[in-house]
Design a protein around this ligand. Structure first.
Ligand code: PLP
Length: 417
């Protein structure tokens, strides 16, 4: 095997596709693992999006599209981003900065957008700062020998970035700070003030930001989403997003990079991004043709309702898990997941969160992702909130039973009570 192949490791896929642990035969398996909202058929693309694809099929002659993507698609993304950023800009005309189609590069989903950014910004042995816990960015970084240097998110403060730690990780080989907001796996949504502080650090050290905002606007009622680009004055931002999460179209493979560079600091990087983007053959033509209509016609209510539904699921899960011995669920502010801390000292049978989650499958037929190895964060596990509500409730009840049976304290409690 080549070094590249050997070093390409996706811990999520490995658990998802790897050798299966036998569930309890008497209980139907409930899988709360993979972050695909469409998996259970209860979340799906807006009918307007499907209509847009049908219309596009009529127009498409299935040619290759130009190397950064179809101009109409790039224009649609540019105006989508400009409108979004304006909608949150607060009385500060100075901050208004419009991007145009030249600032957009289409990609095969958000993950390819991220990969293009990584490779355009850092050489082997240079580093990119990555949150911990986080989604598996290292899958793309490790094989290229770009170093992931981790900065901590603080579970006691709604998973905000530990800013001191972030700054301490910066060195002369740091080429970018990657932020993920709203975040996977934590469901963090940063406040405006917090984002401004992150931007301050980036500006002080002259480091661009890669903003993984694939969950943009997917926030719970009352919680505002601010994009990094809407708040940045001097820090160049490469925003990566797509149709996957907000528009609930993961299989369509449409993503994009938006280059926000109002002071033209990234001219050289911009050329690099285009070079690298030119290796791939962009998302399929039909989806790019449909993009203008998808963005324009998807009702705002559709987008808001989905987040509200996930919020309702989160409340149901939290209510049960909060009363579960040995667990501390951290209530999310957006996104599609909830992270749960395991007080491992109360579970003498399990040394790690991986063992905990494996035994949970064996006893209760509930499959979740352990914080380690999946998110580089031991002692936690993550559940997906987009499965049907009754399944979430059933799964959480089973998790509770599992903990009551395996938790040291509750054993004592049961005996003495
Ligand atoms: C789902 C997800 C992506 C990427 O999705 P694509 O399917 O490649 O569009 C990127 N970042 C995070 C944090 C995600 O959860």
């Amino acid at each position: 095997m080549t070094t590249f192949a050997e070093k390409t490791d996706n811990p999520l896929r490995k658990i998802w596709e790897g050798p299966k642990i036998d569930p309890n035969k008497d209980k139907k398996l409930i899988t709360l693992q993979i972050g695909d909202p469409t998996a259970f058929g209860n979340f799906y693309a807006a009918k307007e999006s499907i209509e847009a694809i049908k219309n596009a099929l009529e127009k498409d002659n299935f040619s290759y599209t130009v190397s950064s993507g179809l101009k109409a698609a790039r224009e649609a993304v540019a105006s989508y981003v400009n409108n979004n950023d304006k909608s949150v800009q607060v009385n500060d005309s100075d901050k208004c900065f419009d991007v145009n189609s030249e600032d957009v590069i289409m990609s095969n989903g958000c993950s390819t957008a991220l990969e293009i950014c990584f490779r355009a910004l850092a050489n082997p042995r240079e580093n990119i700062l990555v949150p911990r816990p986080s989604w598996n960015y290292s899958t793309w970084l490790e094989p290229t020998e770009i170093v992931s240097k981790f900065y901590n998110l603080d579970c006691t403060r709604n998973w905000e970035i530990d800013l001191e730690h972030l700054e301490s990780q910066i060195d002369e080989s740091t080429r970018a700070i990657l932020v993920n907001n709203p975040g996977n796996p934590c469901g963090n949504v940063f406040s405006k003030e917090h984002i401004l502080k992150i931007l301050e650090i980036a500006e002080k050290h002259q480091i661009p930001i890669i903003a993984d905002e694939v969950y943009e606007f997917f926030t719970f009622p009352g919680i505002e989403f601010y994009s990094f680009s809407s708040l940045s004055k001097n820090v160049p931002i490469l925003t990566c997003s797509g149709l996957t999460k907000r528009f609930i179209m993961p299989g369509i493979r449409v993503g994009w990079i938006v280059i926000h560079d109002r002071n033209n600091q990234l001219n050289d990087i911009r050329k690099g991004l285009l070079n690298i983007a030119g290796r791939n053959f962009w998302p399929n033509s039909t989806a790019q043709i449909a993009l203008t209509e998808i963005i324009k016609n998807t009702p705002k209510a559709f987008l808001e309702e989905n987040a509200a539904r996930v919020h309702d699921h989160a409340l149901s899960a939290y209510k049960i898990l909060r009363e579960t011995p040995g667990l501390i669920p951290i209530f999310p502010r957006g996104g599609m997941y909830i992270m749960i801390k395991i007080e491992l000292e109360k579970f003498p049978k399990f040394k790690t969160c991986l063992e905990f989650t494996q035994q949970l499958i064996r006893e209760q037929s509930v499959a979740t992702f352990p914080g380690y190895p999946c998110f580089n964060f031991p002692g936690f596990f993550r559940i997906v909130l987009t499965v049907p509500k009754e399944l979430i409730i059933e799964a959480c009840e089973r998790i509770k039973e599992f903990c009551e049976q395996n938790c040291k304290q509750s054993e004592k409690y049961l005996k003495s009570g």
